[in-house]
Structure formats: C-alpha cells, structure tokens
Design a protein around this ligand. Structure first.
Ligand code: ATP
Length: 466
C-alpha cells in the first residue's frame, strides 16, 4: 500500500486527501521540469502533514513526512544544480576533471568535476529535458561547496572518527543531521524581534567575544523556543548557526526515535561527541517535548527513559566548556511546553516565546513570499495583512502559495499535459488578484486556535525567561 493511501480521514479543516493531491501535483510538476511549482506543492503537502502530525491523532505520519522531505531536497538539489549551470559568472573555467571557480573569488567554494556524479531524484528523470541536458554537459557537475551546505575543503577534511560507534551510525548522523551551513539570514525572518535580540545576546555574542563571556557571564547551556507551529523557530535556529558559522545539528524526535530504533541512547552520546568535535556547534532539537517529556509517567518506556537521562547528562556537560571556540549550544523548540520534563526546563536556561506575527510582520511575510510574483493593482497589502490576523508565518506562506497558483490553475484548466508543456512562461505568470486571496482565505483557516494561544501565553508567563 502506498504510504499516502492511509489518508482518508478529515482533521479540522485539513483533508488528508489534500496531502495526497499536493504530492501528486508536486511530482507531476517535477516530471514536467516545473521545479518551482513542484516545490510549492511539496511545501503545501508538508504543511498539511505537519498540521496532522501536530494534532497527534496519527502515529505513522512522520515516515511520510520524512519521505516527502527527501523528495523536496532532491528537487531542490536539481534547482541548485541548474542555477549553477545557468549562471555564467559562476563558470569561468571548464576543463575535463578540473575545478570551476567564480572569477574574482579566490576564497569561493571550489566546484569539482566528476564524470560519474549524476543528479538523483525519486521520480522518472528521463522525462526531464533540463536534467538530460544538464547530465550531458561535458563532465560538469556539482560539487561540495559552502553554498551547498558543505564546508570548504580544509575544514571538511576534518572528519569525525570513532572506534566506539559503528561507521554506519556515524555516516547516518553525518548525512541526516549535520548541516554545515544552513544559510538563513536574520533579515529573511519576519518579526520575532525579541527572539532575535535574545538569540544574538545568548548565542552569537559569546562566539564573537569569548573572553567576555566567562565566569558569571558564561554562555547559557541552552535555550528553549516555545510557540505555535510555523512561527519561525527552525528558521531562527538556522539563522543563529549561519551567523555564528557553527556546525548545525538538526535533530528531530523522529530522526532519533524511528530511524535509529533501539539505538537512541547511543545516538544521543554520539551526537554530542560529534558536536564537540565539530565545535563551535549548534544542536537544534525540534519537538524536544517528544524526547524529553515529563518523567515518571506509568506508560514511560524504559528505553525512552534512558534516552532522556542521557540527554540531560549531555546538556549538563556542555556548560563545563569554557572555550567559546569549543562552544556547543543546545537550542530546543516545542509546541507543547507543558509536556516538558522539569529538569530539561532548568537546563534550557533561556526560555523565549515565538508568537504569531503581528500586523507589520505579516506584511513583511506577504512581501517575502510574493517577491517573485506579479500582483494586480487591486491588491492592498495592508488590507490583506489585516485579513491574515491569527495566521502563522507558515499559514501565510501557504496562503501566498495557493493564491500564486490561482492564475496558473485558470490558465491550464482543461489543457492536456502536452498543451501545458508548450505554454510560454510569460503566459503562465498571471498577476494575483485580491479576489484570489479572498478565495484562498475561505479555504485556508489559521492553524492555531485562540485557546492554544492563551495556553502558550500563560505557560510563558509562568516559566519564560528572556
Ligand atoms: P514547527 O513548530 O511546526 O516546527 P517552526 O516554528 O519551526 O514550526 P519554521 O519551520 O521555522 O516554523 O517555519 C515554517 C515555514 O513558515 C518557513 O519555511 C517559512 O516559509 C514560514 N515562516 C514561518 N515564520 C516565519 C517568519 N517569521 N519569517 C519568515 N518565514 C516564516
């Protein structure tokens, strides 16, 4: 059975078949070489799926989420590769088996050439003309570089090795969890001003002024971001890692529990060992409540109790390091702070609230999301921002994506795949009208309820520290 075939139930306003439709459309667009549209549909399906996962009514959705994310990263990889090929300034020298480097940037990441490397994607790439032409370019291929989330050659040669852990486990962690340069800038995150200030002070400054942050001013052991889903917590953590140029360990509870079933405790130890090895590092743990929920409940499994204890011990350990160059910072994020273990709360000394975007941030979000699409003259951003009151950043991204597809939907309605393929690009780029937004808003409701919001606010009032 296909993993999405289990979706038959409706949750709130999210219909599980919407996920299926979005994935289906995403794959079709990818097959047609419309990668941007494909990513739009993929993001839509992930968003819906996340809402279903957050509702905690289904158990097996995280596997589907991981699979879709894998497809997204494969499509992104292709987009990156095509960008490299299309940008002539990037390609100054093309030799057999040689290097490609931007002309005036001696420190720029080296682009290596390999005959064997081929872009891979879990869809039928033989239908894709762009990819065919890409593959047939003379030995021009992608290439580990900073812009591809890898480190420059000298640093990447520093490889973690251990005789205690199997190489397979180390490789898994390197591949799935380590992200060398997430490349998110503060300016890309709308609003969240207080969170940005706290993060800069708590994490960025100690790496810039290591001598100042000693003794009583020692860096915090960890930081907890609390708030509704889709408000930018992951983006904030990535911005910290980009700003400080730290190695970013992106850990989700599913990566610790499902993939490495039975080895979670060992993996936690390995995770922190690797973080120390590649320090300065940022360990970001999304859905930290799933790993560190309140201890002692009767249904608590022995293995998860041990994993949790290991986690607490390791977080305690990061505070004993006095050299800021060796700083390992733990940043947790949760949508369910009330489920957290008390000992963890104490260790994550800074606890900050990431709220829904205010009016100004919503306008910023609309602008960021629609920067590449045409707007009709009747679109009033202030009015739209008002209408989006109560929507999270992810909800707003979703509304903008759907609205940006409305013109295309009208255009291709009733056409065959062949007819769609031959449509000129400028005909597809139909301006979005205010009515498109109004129509979309009737279908997409805010994902966060008012009662959830008041729960966050009272928790942060009691336990917040910033
Ligand atoms: P969750 O709690 O569900 O893990 P999150 O709070 O970590 O969610 P992100 O993953 O950071 O949220 O954001 C999801 C998407 O929503 C982003 O990829 C981005 O498109 C959009 N987004 C959310 N908040 C912001 C923001 N403040 N600025 C810009 N984009 C945002």
């Amino acid at each position: 059975m296909h993993f999405l075939d289990i979706f038959t139930t409706k949750i709130k306003h999210v219909n599980l078949s919407d996920v299926f439709d979005n994935v289906h459309l995403a794959r079709q667009c990818a097959l047609l070489g419309s990668y941007d549209s494909s990513l739009v549909y993929y993001q839509g399906s992930l968003h819906y799926l996340k809402m279903l996962i957050d509702s905690k009514q289904f158990k097996n959705l995280s596997t589907a989420f991981d699979k879709i994310q894998l497809e997204v990263s494969q499509v992104r990889d292709i987009v990156d590769k095509l960008k490299q090929i299309k940008s002539p300034s990037q390609l100054t020298k093309i030799n057999n088996g040689s290097c490609i480097r931007p002309r005036h940037a001696s420190n720029s990441p080296v682009v290596k050439v390999s005959k064997l490397e081929r872009p891979t994607i879990g869809i039928k790439q033989q239908h894709d003309k762009s990819i065919k032409s890409f593959v047939s370019k003379p030995k021009l291929q992608r290439i580990p570089s900073v812009s591809n989330n890898r480190q420059p050659k000298s640093e990447s040669s520093k490889k973690f090795k251990s005789s205690i852990y199997g190489q397979e486990l180390i490789d898994l962690l390197e591949r799935d969890i380590v992200l060398r340069n997430p490349q998110i800038k503060w300016s890309e995150i709308a609003g969240c001003e207080q969170a940005k200030r706290v993060l800069k002070e708590a994490v960025v400054l100690p790496t810039i002024l290591p001598d100042f942050f000693r003794g009583i001013r020692r860096p915090y052991r960890g930081l907890l971001m609390v708030g509704p889903p889709g408000t930018g917590k992951t983006m904030l953590a990535k911005a910290v890692a980009s700003e400080c140029k730290t190695t970013f360990f992106n850990v989700s509870s599913s990566s610790l529990t499902s993939k490495y079933h039975g080895e979670s405790e060992k993996l936690v130890r390995l995770l922190f060992e690797m973080a120390h090895f590649y320090a300065p590092s940022t360990i970001f743990i999304d859905e930290i409540d799933s790993i560190c929920s309140k201890r002692g409940s009767s249904n608590e499994h022995e293995a998860s109790r041990r994993t949790k204890s290991e986690f607490l011990v390791q977080i305690e350990g990061v505070s004993t390091i006095s050299d800021a160059k060796k700083l390992v910072m733990v940043i947790g994020a949760t949508n369910f702070p009330w489920d957290l273990d008390d000992a963890l709360k104490r260790r994550l000394e800074k606890r900050i609230y990431i709220p829904l975007p205010d009016c100004a941030a919503r306008t910023e979000l609309i602008e960021v999301n629609l920067k590449d699409v045409k707007l009709d003259n009747d679109v009033n951003l202030d009015e739209l921002s008002e209408k989006l009151d109560g929507y999270s950043g992810a909800d707003i991204a979703m509304v903008c994506r759907d609205a940006s597809m409305m013109g295309l939907r009208r255009k291709i309605d009733g056409l065959s795949v062949e007819e769609i393929r031959t449509l000129p690009n400028d005909e597809l780029n139909v301006p979005i009208r205010m009515k498109d937004f109004v129509d979309v808003l009737q279908k997409i409701n805010p994902s966060v309820s008012k009662s959830d919001l008041s729960k966050y606010e009272s928790w942060i009032k009691e336990f917040g520290s910033c």
